[in-house]
Design a binder for this molecule. Structure first.
Ligand SMILES: Cc1cc2nc3c(=O)[nH]c(=O)nc-3n(C[C@H](O)[C@H](O)[C@H](O)COP(=O)(O)OP(=O)(O)OC[C@H]3O[C@@H](n4cnc5c(N)ncnc54)[C@H](O)[C@@H]3O)c2cc1C
Ligand code: SF4
Length: 435
């Protein structure tokens, strides 16, 4: 699907552009090809990092891509969105010595970007069609990885996606300076080139497609539905123009808003990575001011410290130990300010309320769980958090035909965790069928 070129996200440039051949080779040659490489252990998909880097150093870029995809079929988007500072790069031996680590993410991008381009000679040839078919729910990274690995082995894989676009949060949620929606969709098309079918605009459990219909028609079902809508604060004045859920605003910005739209004074509520992302996006898009409001201290934020550091550099202000108690609106209903109270230990201190003027407030305090989908499938259970229960190594649920993985199981981690789950479920099915 082609997206309009003048959409707002395209005003934000790629922060880590792809390496040239000489840059990639120079960096690859610095790798020590460690035995028991700590970078491999730090990767949730356990990519053989020294091997793919060695192949870049020797000029075998396609071979390098193959090494990556064998473990992580979405190695291209992961190369661009993974928080490598917290994963492989953070554990590179050079980091421990206080020296510049190997830029593993950027080398991975160098190896995979070309290989996933439509004009490139296909890297994989799917095996002959077998007599098995799998339905997958949600076209995010978890399902795409699962469907892709199944299709390469000749299993018929069809994904049902409720949105008009596939790719899940890779398309609708990731900060544009890491991955633009169009690039996420190119990766989806590459997975489709293995024979994976995607039907968009179909919400399983709501529209004509029930869980029972899928169980009757397919040999197995994979649930990869991610998380639901943004959680609300539940304070007075929240409903109305100017107050938005963070992921809803990001999706609008990535897919629909047009370049040239001006941002005024923005307040972001929350201290996680989504809060930091939306604050940085607004700052980079030229907002008059961006203020994050977090109910505890900066060091208690769940968002990554390196991302918060980036936000500060881009001009984001942080108000620590403060919590919204309401939104202030003009007589015409327009948002004029957010009212906050100072907090101690996360609790409001009486008599400390004050207002921060704003014309946009993005609420980033979490997303709901799509627990209702479990009731479509007998035997599939939900845990106390509202996440689907599954064996992490295999993706198996309490229903022998149903597998699941990604955010709907882990409550919201990273793309690479969703890919690992999808891959593991595919491997479990393929092993069970003897393929
Ligand atoms: C704002 C934001 C920024 C992020 N940034 C990063 C980052 O920089 N790096 C990183 O690694 N991770 C990041 N993440 C996390 C990452 O995006 C997720 O962990 C990952 O996308 C999870 O993949 P998934 O396939 O489980 O779910 P999703 O990507 O959420 O995909 C689920 C899909 O299922 C569809 N669906 C839901 N219900 C149904 C139904 N009933 N029928 C049909 N379809 C359905 C949804 O429309 C969606 O397309 C971010 C998350 C957010 C919210
Ligand atoms: S830890 Fe660093 S130097 Fe060692 S193999 Fe991994 S990337 Fe190379």
């Amino acid at each position: 699907m082609a997206l309009p070129q003048d959409r707002l996200e395209n005003a934000l440039d790629d922060k880590k552009p792809t390496f040239s051949e000489s840059e990639a080779r120079a960096e690859a040659e610095r790798c020590l090809y460690c035995a028991d490489a700590p970078c491999i252990k730090a990767c949730p998909t356990e990519i053989d990092i020294p091997t793919f880097i060695k192949k870049i150093a020797s000029g075998n870029v396609r071979g390098s891509a193959k090494t990556i995809f064998d473990q992580n079929l979405l190695g291209y988007s992961c190369s661009r969105v993974c928080p490598v500072e917290e994963l492989c790069v953070g554990d590179c031996v050079y980091t421990g010595w206080g020296r510049d680590p190997i830029p593993i993410g950027r080398l991975q991008r160098y190896a995979t970007e070309k290989a996933t381009k439509p004009e490139e000679k296909a890297l994989f040839t799917p095996k002959a069609r077998k007599d098995k078919k799998v339905a997958l729910i949600g076209a995010g990274p978890a399902s795409l990885a699962c469907a892709g690995y199944l299709a390469l082995e000749g299993v018929e894989a069809i994904i049902f996606e409720k949105r008009a676009v596939a790719g899940g949060l890779n398309t609708t949620g990731i900060a544009p300076y890491k991955l633009h929606a169009q690039d996420a969709l190119h990766e989806v098309e590459w997975v489709q080139s293995f024979g994976v079918k995607i039907e968009t605009g179909v919400e399983v459990g709501k529209d004509h497609l029930t869980g029972q219909k899928l169980l009757d028609a397919y040999d197995a079902v994979f649930i990869g539905v991610g998380l639901g809508e943004d959680t609300k604060l539940g304070v007075p004045g929240e409903d109305g123009p100017g107050v938005v859920g963070a992921t809803a605003w990001i999706e609008e910005m990535k897919l629909h808003k047009k370049q040239g739209e001006k941002l005024g004074h923005v307040v972001v509520v929350g201290g996680g990575n989504t809060a930091i992302d939306v604050a940085r996006e607004c700052a980079l898009l030229g907002a008059a001011s961006v203020t994050m409001v977090y109910r505890r201290s900066a060091k208690e934020m769940s968002g990554y410290a390196h991302e918060m550091e980036g936000a500060r550099v881009e001009g984001v202000q942080l108000v620590e130990s403060a919590q919204p108690v309401g939104f202030v609106r003009s007589a015409q209903g327009e948002l004029t300010a957010i009212r906050v109270a100072r907090t101690e230990g996360g609790k409001n201190i009486p008599g400390t309320e004050y207002e921060i003027p704003c014309d946009l407030a993005a609420v980033a305090i979490g997303q709901s769980k799509l627990r209702a989908l479990a009731s479509e499938f007998p035997g599939v259970e939900v845990d106390a958090r509202g996440c689907l229960k599954a064996d992490p190594a295999t993706g198996r649920t309490g229903n022998a035909k149903v597998f699941t993985g990604g955010d709907c199981v882990n409550g919201g981690k990273e793309v690479v965790n969703a890919v690992a789950d999808g891959r593991n479920a595919a491997r479990t099915l393929l092993a069970a069928w003897g393929f």
